[in-house]
Design a protein around this ligand. Structure first.
Ligand SMILES: [Zn+2]
Length: 306
């Protein structure tokens, strides 16, 4: 399985347009040992020809242009076979609206995520210009299914979605009650090699379902949004704790690094990093502590052959 990180930052990206925190300032003035990052999306492929995108960020256009394997091979063509959404957060699905140039799209999402994005949303009509412009295929938690491309070809990849602790996207709070299918982790099995990718880029706690998603995976992408619960408050950027936003922090005695210390995956990678996270700084003690524990920090352009 070929894996290419198109974007590795949380919502807002790094730096974020309206943020003057020490990280964002430091990357703008060139004094920080870090690289800029776009919002989270990862492309995967079994054959290097047809690609599946895990989440579709607002920066999708530049992300496609920055990765030649995703360029058209004909006058009207795209190697993108389908898009998979892990939740309805805008940093994960706003990019769909940028792919509106009359091209058939296949989108895998839970029914909850489809309803939240497609119904009562007048902008969704830009993906309804002709019959069949967008086809939604339901990710039914716990069901294993072959990933099919928009052209109906088999991909050699099997997907299973598992509900993991999350919440509805901010713009749907109060409109839809929380539901277990608001947020899923993905297990993707490559049939030819038996290799498994576990993708859990947003998660509020390590539960049995999360462990099931990670179990035996060869490569794990995990929620690296915040280092600590009170990261935003400490920096004077807001009152919400990481847990209020359904993100389990990486650091501390109850953090994910400690809870997942025995994870056996050959590659363990934190992704969806918020611009305030000290893990972004290559010379930070926080970075050194997770690196020592075998974790990697995703960056835009990171490639893995599984
Ligand atoms: Zn910032």
């Amino acid at each position: 399985m070929l894996i290419r990180v198109l974007g590795s930052a949380a919502g807002g990206g790094f730096p974020q347009w309206n943020c003057g925190c020490p990280n964002c300032r430091g990357i703008r003035d060139g004094t920080l040992a870090a690289v800029a990052r776009t919002q989270e999306s990862v492309a995967i492929s079994a054959d290097g020809r047809g690609w599946f995108l895990l989440n579709t960020s607002p920066e999708i256009r530049a992300q496609i242009e920055g990765f030649p394997a995703l360029h058209p091979r004909d006058r009207r063509h795209s190697p993108i076979q389908a898009l998979l959404l892990t939740n309805g957060d805008l940093d994960h699905c706003l990019g769909l609206l940028s792919l509106r140039e009359s091209h058939p799209l296949l989108v895998y999402a839970t029914e909850r995520v489809r309803v939240g994005f497609a119904e009562k949303n007048v902008l969704h009509r830009t993906l309804e210009r002709f019959p069949g412009q967008v086809t939604w295929r339901t990710l039914k938690p716990g069901r294993r299914e072959e990933l099919l491309g928009v052209d109906g070809r088999e991909s050699g990849l099997v997907v299973e979605a598992l509900p993991v602790p999350g919440k509805p996207p901010v713009h749907l709070e109060g409109l839809m009650p929380p539901d277990p299918d608001d947020n899923v982790g993905l297990r993707i099995l490559e049939e030819r090699t038996g290799r498994v990718l576990a993708y859990v880029s947003g998660v509020g706690a390590v539960t049995e379902s999360v462990r099931q998603a990670l179990d035996g995976a060869d490569c794990v992408f995990f929620d690296g949004t915040f280092w600590s619960s009170d990261e935003l408050r400490t920096l004077g950027l807001g009152e919400k704790r990481a847990e209020d936003m359904a993100h389990l922090p990486v650091g501390g005695p109850a953090g994910s690094a400690r809870q997942l210390a025995t994870l056996g995956a050959a590659r363990k990678i934190y992704i969806h990093l918020n611009n305030t996270n000290p893990l972004l700084r290559e010379d930070s003690p926080e970075r050194a502590s997770v690196t020592t524990a075998g974790w990697e920090i995703a960056y835009d352009g990171m490639e893995i052959t599984l």
